[in-house]
Design a protein around this ligand. Structure first.
Ligand code: UDP
Length: 239
């Protein structure tokens, strides 16, 4: 008999960059398919999965604004980029025979559903993956904020932030070989040590609502499942 998973409902945050693989831009279908398989395993275990996808592989509002574009317009492009990633992820999940619904915080009739809290909850309960795209629907926010917001709304047990590194380190592990990987941190410790977990708006939202954050390496095969099974994987941040 398998040990019981430590989470019942999760909010998984995938950055746009996680989808682009080696390419440096756009979407790598191989990566998408691998992630779809890993998510499928969770669904088969009875875990309810909400997904927030970033858009940084396509557009970032701030980058466009730094180059002279109006920030609000740039952020709207960024939010639409997250919808494109969401469409690609929904397609990958459907091809893996995983029932999935794509919602957008911005109305896009004919393309996907508009975000609706009550529908999202009932879809999650019936075993559908729900992808929350277009971030919060507002400029000047990030998809990390969207992940914490949706995570709190759907009463997820944790926000799982997929990254390219194993978790939160005391220093940049690429530059400092002595950098230490933390297994557990409190919200307070993250703020005191000024550790980079996510932007402050997202982080304080999670803290104020006691939403645990778990940072782990999505490039490491099996890491997502290890996190779910309560193994010593990644860094957990809570109170
Ligand atoms: N964005 C936004 N509001 C939100 C979420 C995202 O305006 O609530 C825009 C913003 O321009 C951002 C872009 O969408 O740069 C892509 O999101 P993000 O940078 O968070 O993606 P990630 O870094 O996770 O790939």
């Amino acid at each position: 008999i398998n040990p019981k998973p430590s989470y019942r409902r999760i909010l998984l945050k995938l950055s746009g960059e996680a989808l682009m693989g080696e390419e440096g831009f756009g979407i790598d279908p191989k990566i998408l398919d691998r992630m779809a398989q890993e998510i499928k395993e969770l669904i088969e275990m009875g875990i309810q999965v909400g997904l927030v996808i970033g858009g940084g592989n396509l557009f970032r509002g701030k980058g466009l604004a730094d180059a002279g574009m109006n920030r609000v317009v740039g952020d709207q492009m960024g939010m639409l980029a997250t919808v494109m990633n969401g469409l690609a992820m929904r397609d990958a999940l459907h091809r893996a025979f995983v029932n999935t619904r794509l919602m957008s915080a911005i109305d896009l009739a004919g393309v996907c559903d508009t975000y609706n809290w009550a529908s999202a909850i009932s879809l999650l309960k019936s075993g559908r993956v729900v992808i929350f795209s277009a971030g919060t629907g507002n400029p000047f926010f990030t998809t990390d904020s969207a992940a914490c917001l949706r995570g709190i709304e759907i009463e997820a047990d944790a926000v799982l932030k997929a990254t390219k590194v194993d978790g939160i380190y005391s220093d940049d592990p690429m530059k400092n070989p002595d950098a230490e990987l933390y297994n557990h941190l409190t919200y307070q410790e993250v703020l005191e040590k000024e550790l980079q977990v996510m932007d402050l708006a997202a982080f304080t939202l999670a803290r104020d609502h006691n939403m645990p954050i778990r940072v782990f390496n999505m490039n490491k095969p099996g890491a997502l499942k290890a996190v779910i099974m309560g193994n010593d994987e990644g860094t957990t941040i809570d109170h």
